[in-house]
Ligand binder design. Structure first.
Ligand SMILES: Nc1ncnc2c1ncn2[C@@H]1O[C@H](COP(=O)(O)OP(=O)(O)O)[C@@H](O)[C@H]1O
Ligand SMILES: [Mg+2]
Length: 128
């Protein structure tokens, strides 16, 4: 998954079409797609790889992004709009605007970020 640019965006596309079949409102679908896209791109450009888990329950839709490192050194900085450590290929591919995490936080209803040098775990939720 690391630097797997060919598959960038596939998770969010699949999640969106799956949830659309469940008849979720367009507004929630849009927010989930935006957040999922940004989080999966972060795994590709910043992490060593990991997994995405989609959880559908009565309370809402939850997405878990779990990767194997190197983690976020300074979360407070990382949450600031425009802050990015992206380099090289990521920038070539047009990523690295530093808006991913702030946008994920903005469009999600719950946002839970845990990170260490061993990896990052981001769990976001959307009420339905
Ligand atoms: N899964 C991750 N693993 C390691 N670092 C991350 C991860 N997600 C985000 N980051 C760090 O947080 C910064 C800000 O992320 P983001 O707002 O999405 O901006 P961008 O991805 O454009 O750099 C990144 O530049 C990176 O340093
Ligand atoms: Mg990003």
């Amino acid at each position: 998954m690391r630097e797997d640019y060919a598959n960038a965006g596939k998770v969010s596309t699949n999640v969106k079409s799956l949830l659309k079949q469940l008849g979720l409102p367009a507004d929630i679908l849009r927010r989930i797609a935006v957040a999922c896209y940004e989080a999966e791109i972060n795994m590709i450009i910043h992490s060593y790889g990991g997994e995405v888990v989609l959880e559908i329950s009565e309370e809402g839709i939850y997405l878990l992004f779990k990767d194997t490192g190197p983690g976020i050194a300074d979360v407070e900085k990382a949450m600031k709009p425009g802050y990015s450590t992206a380099s090289g290929k990521a920038l070539e591919f047009g990523f690295g605007a530093g808006m991913g995490l702030p946008n994920i936080k903005r469009v999600s209803d719950t946002f839970d970020l845990k990170t260490s040098p061993e990896g990052t775990c981001l769990r976001i939720g959307f009420h339905i």
